[in-house]
Unconditional design. Structure first.
Length: 278
């Protein structure tokens, strides 16, 4: 297998804190520095959340603008993907940064349970977010926490409700949602091949499932995500020193399965994104 593998770094998220791992980047400056290190380690996509100074989640467009500007300056060509996730804000506040025209944005197309709450993605909000992404030419990355999300995304793309190329991420290992189950993973892959053969897919594992799901995805010909948003450890006894360390670990798996790590140029072409000058 020689197809390049796109590595996405999920730098911060909405949950991990410095108390859990001091390497979690909170300020915009920290995020830019951490993203640059991961970019140098092989990440072609930066999946970005922003935080307030007290580490609580934020959906402040001004913070997203400064982060986008910094990543574009220090990681030229890297794909910038903003999160529209539900932990960062309520209702349409979740898409307030889309007018900044990032290359991509995450999009959850259905609701499900999280560890302590319901992750609500009502149909009217999903329709509004996807419409905003079309307006500003932002390619969504579908975050599928359940089989129904995957099937709904395929139908939305087929009907023209989603901008750009269909790109679906299987999120596995969230408590009360889809576990990191190999049989389920294999079914997801076969479903994508059968129902959306022209689409691309990737996979992310939460906590200790990160490295396991990284390997499944790379071995199966897909793409994958790593980073401190999803997992703050290298193993049970060792904190990850950086986002770059988690990306480097995924890159080693690419080498094991004889897959080159996709450059940002290759990733942009594969995902059908606009080309930029580095």
């Amino acid at each position: 297998m020689s197809d390049p593998c796109i590595l996405c770094v999920a730098i911060t998220g909405s949950v991990p804190t410095k108390a859990a791992n001091p390497a979690v980047p909170i300020s915009v400056a920290e995020q830019i520095e951490s993203t640059h290190e991961a970019f140098e380690a092989g990440a072609a996509i930066c999946h970005a959340h922003v935080r307030n100074a007290d580490e609580t989640p934020s959906s402040d467009p001004e913070k997203f603008a400064r982060l986008k500007e910094g990543v574009e300056k220090h990681c030229p060509g890297m794909i910038v993907q903003f999160s529209t996730g539900g932990r960062s804000g309520a209702g349409r506040e979740r898409g307030g940064m889309l007018p900044l025209r990032p290359d991509m944005a995450s999009l959850s197309v259905g609701s499900n349970n999280f560890p302590t709450r319901v992750y609500e993605n009502p149909p009217d909000l999903v329709a509004w977010l996807s419409g905003e992404m079309k307006t500003y030419e932002v390619t969504p990355e579908i975050e599928a926490f359940d089989l129904s999300h995957l099937l709904h995304a395929i139908e939305m793309h087929r009907s023209g409700a989603l901008y750009g190329k269909l790109y679906v991420q299987f999120v596995m290992g969230v408590k009360n949602a889809m576990p990191a189950d190999r049989q389920v993973f294999d079914f997801y892959v076969e479903t994508m091949k059968a129902r959306a053969p022209d689409a691309l897919w990737c996979a992310a594992g939460i906590g200790p499932a990160q490295i396991e799901v990284n390997e499944w995805a790379i071995a199966a010909g897909g793409h994958t995500r790593a980073g401190l948003e999803d997992n703050v450890r290298l193993d049970r006894d060792t904190l990850a020193p950086s986002n770059a360390a988690l990306i480097a670990r995924a890159a080693k798996l690419c080498e094991k399965y004889e897959r080159p790590v996709a450059t940002w140029q290759q990733a942009r072409k594969m995902l059908g994104l606009r080309q930029v000058e580095a």
